[in-house]
Design a protein around this ligand. Structure first.
Ligand code: ADE
Length: 407
């Protein structure tokens, strides 16, 4: 389908960005500003880019994953005034980084990142550009974790607003979007019936919890693996079986990683698994399943047994089906999180960038997106759906503001 039609369809589910587009068209917060962006190139990202350019920005866009680029969207965006696109699906690692560098050649005033590769490249290879960057915004938990480490080591040279910490991102994007899109990718790639299957979800953060719930909703028996006792206990109390991966490996028929860590499924697990087990990753980087270890343990690989599905045959004869080369299954085998949730997180990021462009005056480091932004995004989303809510009365406001009133 043509990029234009897909973006028009996404726009229908993105009323908050629609509103910002109109507001920014009038207030022009990015007039004269150059924005380097590293994002999954999807219809939803195209809507965000339209808001930034309507606000006067010049956007230089590279992909945040070598496989997730939707080429029809990239082509459509490349034809838009004020937009420069450096991305193509299926590029190798060198080309991926060459594209990031081309986005940085724009000498950005602001950056928007998804996974921290752009900001990392800026600090490790393009330090001459740092002084002119007013700040940035990061979408993912993985990116925020990298940024915090950069900040702790004194490396991060400008303020970055962490979209991942925002309530809208955790609750809606991760909590509803990722669960649905990961299952969507799994089903598009395999056409499996999940009812009655044993699905192992590694990681019970906001993404893992939402994947577990969606899989359970489709009738799967869900096992959760975790390293954090609090999250493991939460999964247990929500009715999931909790096991170490070594114990889950022989039981699972589908494995989905969502941890942000590496080698969560590794060589010690593959040989324990059942014939036909499906392995998918939902985390930002392709390190959660040890794909090299899987290749080393295999005597044969049957590529493309289904879309985005490669079958690895172990010496024992066990066949393991790896989806999307171990990269973000929801963005490669499906289209990423639905527009209705990307509307909220991208609106929060657009507002955060406008705040930075307007001189937010923050020190270098990682900062939360202000709660007022979350509240205003949620209020706009409710209003767009015609949903009204109660307002506090004067007496309630007074009561809530006082510590003197007890029993
Ligand atoms: N990350 C997750 N889903 C996405 C989408 N639809 N567009 C851009 N980035 C995403």
């Amino acid at each position: 389908m043509l990029g234009e039609a897909r973006v028009a369809w996404a726009e229908r589910a993105m009323p908050v960005l629609g509103l910002l587009r109109r507001e920014f068209g009038a207030s022009r917060p990015f007039a004269g500003r150059t924005i380097a962006a590293c994002l999954h190139i999807t219809a939803e990202t195209a809507v965000l880019v339209g808001v930034l350019t309507e606000g006067g920005g010049e956007v230089h866009l590279a992909a945040s994953n070598p496989l997730s680029t939707q080429d029809d969207i990239a082509a459509m965006l490349a034809g838009q005034p004020g937009v420069f696109v450096y991305a193509k699906a299926g590029v190798d690692r060198d080309t991926y980084y060459a594209h990031l560098n081309r986005a940085l050649d724009s000498v950005p005033d602001l950056v928007i990142d998804d996974g921290c590769d752009l900001v990392h490249t800026l600090h490790s290879q393009r330090q001459e550009l740092l002084a002119s960057v007013a700040g940035g915004c990061e979408s993912t938990a993985t990116g925020v974790a990298r940024l915090r480490l950069m900040a702790a080591s004194g490396t991060l040279a400008f303020p970055v607003l962490a979209a991942d910490g925002s309530v809208t991102r955790r609750m809606f994007d991760n909590g509803h979007g990722t669960g649905q899109s990961v299952i969507d990718g799994l089903l598009r790639a395999t056409n499996l019936l999940l009812a009655g299957k044993t699905v192992v979800v590694a990681g019970y953060g906001s993404c893992g919890a939402s994947i577990a719930d969606r899989a359970a909703g489709l009738g799967a028996a869900v096992i959760v693996t975790e390293v954090d006792p609090v999250r493991a206990l939460d999964a247990l109390m929500r009715g999931y079986r909790v096991l170490p991966m070594a114990a889950a490996a022989p039981l699972g028929e589908v494995f989905i990683t969502a941890t942000g860590s590496r080698d969560v499924i590794g060589a010690q697990h593959f040989w324990l698994m059942r014939d036909g087990a499906v392995l998918a990753n939902a985390g930002h980087f392709d390190v959660e399943i040890d794909v090299r270890g899987l290749a080393a343990a295999s005597v044969k690989v049957n590529h493309g047994v289904r879309p985005h599905s490669d079958e690895y045959v172990l010496a024992s004869g066990t066949r393991l089906v790896l989806l999307a080369e171990g990269r973000v299954v929801n963005l490669i085998a499906a289209e990423g999180n639905p527009a209705a949730v990307m509307d909220l997180s991208f609106a929060a990021q657009a507002l955060a960038l406008a705040w930075l462009a307007g001189g937010a005056d923050l020190p270098a480091g990682v900062h939360p997106i202000p709660a007022t932004i979350d509240v205003s995004v949620a209020a706009h989303a409710l209003a767009a759906q015609g949903v009204g809510i109660d307002a506090l009365t004067a007496a309630q406001r007074e009561y809530l503001a006082s510590w003197r009133q007890g029993s």
